[in-house]
Design a protein around this ligand. Structure first.
Ligand SMILES: [Zn+2]
Length: 419
């Protein structure tokens, strides 16, 4: 192997001509001087169209490249400008880096892979860049991948959800593809206008092909869906519905606690205070101690225990499918309506109001596990992503992790082209 091609492979600048390599004392870095091959010269940095030259720009530029062993390595090359009929005067494209980037493609891809597969501190220490820069690189890599293939193609069954990503009511609206299990779109905000942007991007034609949409019972979602996909079935998300029941139960628990305290019934007050998690959990997940608390409530507080059974039976509805599930739902509504427990009478009213959406869920049997698992993963990311400058960087990291956009490590074949 000749020196030039060895250096090209080593630093990850395949399509360049290596002119010189030197060690720079003051920065303790390796500097590899390269130039573009003729065929890639004089192209617009944005659209890659061949354009007339304009000037030499700001002279030679540097891009951080893959380390050579322990040495930081830079690629150095002229960065002339061209005049593109569409994009005006822009820096000419170089084959080894994305437009406007200060790092080579190989470097970007490695950082994106590390951000997807390792911890925040591992990435920063290994590649010696700030976490914010990691965020910017993730955005660049994802934008590039999404430009290559349309991520909104072929959607039939989608889920829409909102995720809080920072305290102070900062939300993302996310759309997942139920058939591939991937996050396909996300944007900051949770309003009619936010979701409207998704459907405008999708376009009328493709919106018409969507058959099923799962979401929570938010009115703004129903409105946008009715406007863009009048034929799609809107299925209410069991996760959110069960959460309503859990909240109603917690309200009953608090009422019990307050009453017991007022009446000086210390045992009941303590018990209802301690029982929070025992009441929340699925019976199968209870610890022996929580099971004992629950058994004690069954003996001492009939009202709170009945509320618990109402929550449990409501949860049971979603373990069934089809007519059996709908029958159990209607039985539940009838029971809750006459249970004489305020929060559950209120819940029964709410459930009746949304019955069509719930029946759709039970009929089409859309599993909620998928959207939940994506949401759980994105919520975890929101913690890691703290320190990113923008929600866009968080979205990019989520796309890498759950959208199938993580690139292979430089120099390796993709294990799966898009996964
Ligand atoms: Zn152009």
């Amino acid at each position: 192997m000749r020196n030039g091609s060895l250096w090209r492979r080593l630093v990850g600048v395949d399509q360049a001509v290596v002119e010189a390599v030197r060690f720079e004392e003051e920065s303790e870095a390796l500097v590899v001087s390269v130039r573009c091959r003729c065929s890639t010269q004089g192209r617009c940095g944005v659209c890659e169209r061949r354009c007339p030259g304009y000037d030499q720009g700001e002279g030679r530029r540097r891009w951080r490249a893959l380390d050579a062993g322990t040495l930081k390595t830079f690629v150095e090359a002229p960065a002339p400008r061209v005049r593109c009929p569409e994009h005006g005067v822009v820096v000419a494209s170089v084959p080894w880096a994305r437009h406007g980037a200060g790092h080579t493609r190989a470097f970007d891809d490695m950082v994106a892979w590390l951000a997807t597969n390792t911890s925040r501190s591992a990435v920063c220490q290994l590649v010696r860049i700030a976490w914010r820069t990691v965020g910017v690189i993730c955005e660049r890599v994802v934008a590039d991948a999404r430009a290559l293939s349309d991520p909104l193609e072929g959607l039939v069954r989608i889920g829409i959800d909102e995720i809080s990503y920072r305290r102070g009511h900062k939300y993302l609206t996310v759309v997942v593809d139920h058939d591939t299990g991937r996050l396909v779109w996300a944007a900051p905000g949770r309003r009619l206008r936010t979701l409207d942007r998704f459907f405008r991007l999708l376009g009328e034609e493709r919106a018409r092909r969507i058959r099923l949409i799962s979401a929570d019972a938010a009115e703004w979602i129903a409105k946008v869906v009715a406007r863009h996909c009048p034929k799609a079935a809107l299925c209410l998300d069991p996760f959110h519905l069960v959460r309503w029941a859990t909240r109603a139960l917690d309200e009953v628990r608090k009422q019990t606690w307050r009453t017991a305290r007022r009446e000086g019934n210390r045992q009941l007050a303590n018990e209802s205070h301690r029982s929070r998690f025992a009441l929340w959990k699925n019976p199968a997940d209870l610890t022996p101690r929580q099971a004992a608390t629950l058994a004690s409530i069954a003996r001492t507080n009939e009202r709170l225990y009945r509320a618990y059974l109402l929550k449990e039976e409501f949860r049971q509805v979603f373990t069934l499918r089809g007519p059996d599930a709908v029958a159990l739902l209607d039985e539940w509504i009838a029971w809750a309506q006459r249970c004489r427990i305020g929060p559950f009478i209120e819940l029964a009213r709410l459930i009746r109001q949304h019955r069509a959406g719930i029946v759709a869920t039970l009929t089409y049997g859309l599993s909620n596990g998928l959207i939940e698992s994506i949401n759980t993963r994105i919520r975890l990311l929101t913690r890691i992503a703290f320190g990113f400058r923008s929600p866009e960087a968080l979205i990019a990291l989520a796309m890498l992790k759950t959208g199938g956009y993580c690139p292979p490590l430089p120099g390796r074949q993709a294990v799966r082209a898009h996964g």
